[in-house]
Design a protein around this ligand. Structure first.
Ligand SMILES: Cc1cc2nc3c(=O)[nH]c(=O)nc-3n(C[C@H](O)[C@H](O)[C@H](O)COP(=O)(O)OP(=O)(O)OC[C@H]3O[C@@H](n4cnc5c(N)ncnc54)[C@H](O)[C@@H]3O)c2cc1C
Length: 215
């Protein structure tokens, strides 16, 4: 069957600093963010993989991957809470500092309301994530919770830095700015670990409004 034909394996790349036979490291890919983690092309050509390099049982790779996604998606939501909170806080401090025409940027009600709205959104994500974690700790299937938390985390990683960056003006458009880094790095949250649309697809299936693929 389609989901039983994959296994997880771990392959050492080098021995005594030298690449093992059949392994070739291609060039790195330049990304718009997440630059502390390299992404590049690695080729495996007829690489021998002994049984002892297999992780878990044979043919269970897809199942393990789907299971670990629940933790990865929960991690995505949980790990993002502090950076989103920081992003709003940095912007509050900046807005209070930035003087314009006899007052500060923070004196503008538009700015106050936008930042207040973002805080409410982030705290909603926090509540959702904590609830998901409680179900996880209780040993329940958290697919639906983790999916919703990941979806919301992806969305907020776009709207929070984007809204905040606007308030930093030209400084927000510079490479060194912390909010601009969040704008670039955070963009991955809507793509990695399953794109937003994939989260919506899972939810739609769990809600019974989308068909499940035939076995
Ligand atoms: C920096 C980085 C690090 C990564 N690290 C890892 C890693 O460590 N391990 C790992 O396994 N993977 C990793 N990935 C891969 C990542 O999980 C995938 O990029 C991601 O799941 C999206 O898959 P894709 O790129 O093949 O996009 P595609 O599947 O080609 O999708 C492209 C777009 O199409 C849309 N789409 C996709 N499916 C649907 C659908 N069913 N309905 C409607 N629209 C849809 C979405 O908008 C999606 O963004 C990493 C990716 C990046 C960029």
């Amino acid at each position: 069957p389609i989901h039983k034909n994959k296994s997880l394996v771990m392959v050492p790349m080098r021995e005594n600093g030298k690449l093992l036979p059949g392994i070739e490291v291609g060039k790195k890919i330049k990304k718009i963010g997440m630059n502390s983690s390299d992404t590049g092309l690695i080729y495996f050509d007829e690489v021998r993989v002994p049984q002892r390099y297999r992780i878990g049982a044979e043919g269970q790779g897809f199942i393990y991957q789907m299971q670990q996604f629940q933790e990865e998606r929960l991690w995505c939501a949980a790990s993002t809470l502090q950076s989103l909170t920081n992003c709003i806080q940095w912007t509050v401090e900046w807005a209070q500092e930035r003087k314009l025409f006899g007052s500060t940027l923070a004196d503008q009600q538009w700015v106050q309301f936008k930042l207040a709205e973002l805080k409410a959104e982030v705290e909603s994500l926090r509540a959702l994530t904590y609830q998901a974690c409680e179900h996880y700790v209780a040993g329940e299937d958290v697919t639906e919770w983790a999916t919703m938390a990941k979806l919301k985390a992806g969305r907020l990683n776009r709207t929070v830095p984007d809204t905040c960056l606007q308030f930093w003006g030209g400084m927000g458009f510079t490479w060194e700015n912390k909010v601009s880094r969040m704008y670039r790095d955070g963009r991955l949250a809507s793509i990695g670990g399953g794109a937003d649309e994939v989260m919506l697809g899972i939810l739609a299936k769990m809600m019974g409004i989308a068909k499940r693929p035939q076995k």
